[in-house]
Ligand binder design. Structure first.
Ligand code: NAD
Ligand code: DAU
Length: 342
């Protein structure tokens, strides 16, 4: 099996490459990554060089994407498309890179797969469905209407629509997955969980947007990737699969868990973290109903104890300071330009 993994030097893509190398001894992976600020070469360090190659390039540039996809000639070969600008806060400040990478990038990947009749799996997000009310008993299903809120989620929704159109109009052999919030090793320190962990590791106070009532549906990155691999090998072409692990927690709850696990709970009415300026248009709640993915593909998440997953993630950031320390100061300086303590 030969795979082209776009965005494979980012958080989920790098974890995916590690999983493939570990679990598929005959697989060869070519990572195509633009090496934006979100990428890190050392996330792929230690992988066998005869099985993993990193090509630095923009997937929206048809030349490089087409050249790599053309090499996928075997029956099990495929493109797994993770590449995207992924951070909502950045999309609010500077939307253009999101339109470029997420929409034009997906277009170029689709055209290459169409030209060479190559199987594609497109990795997307639950944010395409917009948000749910906190007291809504419902969850997202593959039948939920698209209703994205941010420039990030709108560009991911646009990319999903391109994939659906290329399946129907051109017969491209593609599947789509929409997953909830991931956490685990190699996640950029701009994101919620690693930001709070690394704030505490550098003697800074954690930062909670608004009241912290917003709910996210957390899944360990290894569970997301095991579902992607299952869809790649057993999914029905043309289908959309939802991936989630029943991990709904409010941001306040997750913050309190991190503080407790790191011995940083406050005292005398001080919670130990700061409430700061809320995100404009902040989605209230995401929740995935992954019943169809579980029942049809026999997939089950393995890391569903969030306490345990957070404990292991904290340990990883403690032990891998060299991986995140070089960018920590600049990320916090960027946040400080707009963020005020409430
Ligand atoms: P990330 O920001 O950590 O990594 C994205 C990677 O894509 C980076 O290595 C970056 O350099 C690369 N990239 C960006 N633009 C590119 C381009 N034009 N050409 C080639 N490479 C490019 O993101 P992530 O959290 O690992 O997310 C990966 C994918 O999973 C994205 O498509 C995202 O929408 C989706 N997703 C993420 C989550 C989550 O919780 N993080 C949940 C569901 C879906
Ligand atoms: O739902 C899937 C999505 O999850 C993915 O598509 C995105 O790529 C990924 O970034 C993530 O989006 P969120 O916006 O939910 O993730 P983020 O880590 O930025 O924030 C999680 C929640 O925590 C959100 O409600 C905002 C809040 N937050 C975030 C930061 C960075 C804080 O309260 N404080 C913070 O410092």
């Amino acid at each position: 099996m030969r795979l082209v993994v776009t965005g494979g030097a980012g958080f989920i893509g790098a974890n995916f490459v590690h999983t493939v190398v570990r679990e598929h001894p005959h697989a060869h992976v070519t990572v195509l990554d633009a090496m934006t600020y979100a990428a890190n070469r050392t996330s792929l360090a230690g992988l066998p060089s005869d099985r993993v190659a990193l090509v630095e390039g923009d997937c929206a540039a048809p030349g490089v994407t087409d050249r790599l996809v053309a090499q996928l000639t075997g029956p099990q070969d495929a493109v797994v498309h993770f590449a995207a600008e992924s951070h909502n806060d950045n999309s609010l400040a500077t939307p253009w890179p999101f339109v470029h990478s997420n929409i034009v990038g997906t277009y170029a990947v689709l055209e290459a797969c169409r030209s060479h009749d190559v199987r594609l799996h497109h990795v997307s997000t639950d944010e395409v469905y917009g948000d749910l009310q906190l007291d809504d008993p419902g969850r997202f299903t593959p039948a939920t209407a698209y209703n994205p809120s941010s420039p990030y989620s709108a560009t991911k929704a646009g990319a999903d629509m391109l994939v659906r159109a290329w399946v129907r109009s051109f017969g491209v052999r593609a599947t789509i997955s929409n997953c909830s919030n991931n956490y685990g090793p190699y996640q950029h320190v701009e994101k919620f969980i690693p930001r709070q962990i690394t704030n505490l590791l550098t003697g800074q106070r954690p930062r909670l947007y608004g009241s912290g009532a917003n709910v996210r549906d957390w899944i360990h990155v290894d569970d997301h990737n095991s579902a992607v691999l299952r869809i790649l090998t057993a999914g029905e072409l043309g289908r959309t699969y939802l991936i989630g692990a029943d991990g709904e927690h409010s941001n306040l709850q997750v913050m309190q868990m991190i503080c407790e696990l790191m011995g940083a709970t406050g005292t005398d009415g001080d919670p130990g973290f700061d409430h700061v300026t809320d995100r404009p248009g902040h989605d209230l709640r995401y929740a995935i109903d992954a019943t169809a993915t579980r029942e049809e593909l026999g997939w089950e998440p393995q890391h569903t104890d969030l306490w345990d997953g957070l404990r292991r993630t904290i340990e990883w950031y403690r032990e891998n300071r060299d991986w995140w320390e070089p960018v920590k100061e600049s990320v916090e300086a960027k946040y400080a330009r707009t963020e005020k303590v409430l």
